[in-house]
Design a protein around this ligand. Structure first.
Ligand code: SF4
Length: 159
């Protein structure tokens, strides 16, 4: 049985910016939950942001660009949220390292958790290829990150 970090919203926790969850009910996802030790985590809440909170997008790049100081995470009201998002990413990695976690299932398209796509920074609902900040930070440390749509890539119990 492997330990897997999972976005708390995918498990039904109402921690999204709009106060909702993103609970996944597919059989494949439920199988992963049953056959592994699940560690729920929300980087944005862990980083100190409230529920609900202002919608945020990465401006000027993707998660890797934020890590390099070349992009920021900005709220729809123009506030700079890079610091709490970064804090959440660091806490996610800390949790993984303390628990020997090498795999994560994170919610697609979030500026923290997205692993294949994120929104383009214009708050117009347009997605682009890229990773969120927590995803990029975990991947840089060697942790495998997939979205809720890609759980078949994981091999339960073989980590
Ligand atoms: S930061 Fe990640 S875990 Fe938290 S609500 Fe957003 S997508 Fe879900």
């Amino acid at each position: 049985m492997a330990k897997i970090l999972v976005s708390a919203c995918l498990l039904g926790c109402k921690v999204r910016y709009d106060g909702n969850d993103l609970k996944v009910k597919t059989g494949n996802f439920q199988d992963i939950l049953k056959t592994n030790e699940i560690v729920p985590f929300c980087p944005e809440v862990a980083g100190g942001l409230s529920v609900p909170r202002i919608a945020a997008e990465i401006i000027g790049g993707m998660g890797t660009d934020v890590l390099e100081g070349n992009a920021k995470i900005i709220g729809k009201d123009g506030s700079d949220l890079t610091e709490p998002f970064m804090q959440g990413a660091k806490l996610a990695l800390e949790l993984c390292q303390k628990n020997g976690i090498k795999q994560a299932i994170l919610a697609e398209a979030s500026p923290s958790c997205g692993s294949s796509e994120i929104y383009d920074g214009r708050f117009e609902g347009v997605k682009i290829k890229g990773q969120g900040l927590t995803c990029a930070y975990l991947q840089r440390a060697g942790i495998q990150v997939v979205s809720q749509h890609q759980v078949l890539v994981l091999q339960p119990g073989k980590v």
